[in-house]
Design a protein around this ligand. Structure first.
Ligand SMILES: Cc1cc2nc3c(=O)[nH]c(=O)nc-3n(C[C@H](O)[C@H](O)[C@H](O)COP(=O)(O)O)c2cc1C
Length: 188
């Protein structure tokens, strides 16, 4: 029997965090486990890792622009949102968490989240002061309350050299949670 990500379609949302360089490794692991991975990026995300990297690794077009006449998927973003089995945003910025919590859908990541009924998993990555900001915490609480799953960031030395909570969770933990959530969905 198929388990976890095997045969599943995962939308990987990549946003403008310094931890974006870890997203290609997440993609590779999920693909290695048999998932079809489609990447959507915010414009800020493309400042950190190029869409080309994700296109080459996923074998799929990468969604960034909302209004460019390009792939069938961009036009049919609602169909894409319906097609995916899980949305994983890794890394997730304070900004994207705030947008989603406020119902904003003005980039390919937040737009897909708004249009999907698939489970959404969010792996935040940010500076400790941003992570501890009461507004960010309130947004996380709100999203957890409506059924979004979070992969808590770890504690360690952050990119800014400061120590605290905010590091993107380890790849193994993220992938394990994805496998668990997809297995639970299979059991429904
Ligand atoms: C070098 C650099 C690193 C950044 N790292 C982070 C980060 O780890 N987490 C975060 O929430 N914002 C970070 N930001 C700020 C975001 O890039 C900024 O809020 C951006 O508007 C996020 O856009 P997006 O959510 O659409 O990707 C960083 C900015 C810069 C210039």
């Amino acid at each position: 029997m198929a388990k976890g990500p095997e045969g599943k379609t995962i939308l990987l949302g990549v946003t403008g965090s310094i931890a974006a360089y870890k997203a290609p490794a997440i993609l590779r692991r999920l693909k290695g486990l048999g998932a079809d991975v489609i990447v959507a990026m915010t414009k800020a995300g493309t400042e950190f890792v190029t869409p080309l990297t994700f296109r080459a690794l996923s074998g799929n077009p990468v969604l960034v622009e909302m209004f460019e006449p390009a792939t069938e998927w961009q036009i049919e973003h609602v169909i894409l949102a319906q097609k995916v089995d899980l949305v994983l945003i890794a890394p997730a910025t304070a900004n994207i968490i705030g947008k989603i919590a406020s119902g904003i859908a003005d980039d390919m990541v937040s737009l897909t989240v708004m249009a999907t009924k698939a489970p959404v998993m969010i792996a935040p990555a940010m500076n400790v002061d941003m992570y501890e900001n009461p507004i960010v915490q309130e947004n996380i609480k709100k999203l957890k309350g409506v059924g979004y799953t979070f992969v808590e960031p770890g504690v360690g030395v952050l990119a800014t050299g400061v120590e605290g909570r905010g590091r993107l969770a380890e790849l193994e933990e993220i992938v394990e949670k994805v496998c668990k959530l997809l297995s639970e969905e299979r059991g429904r």
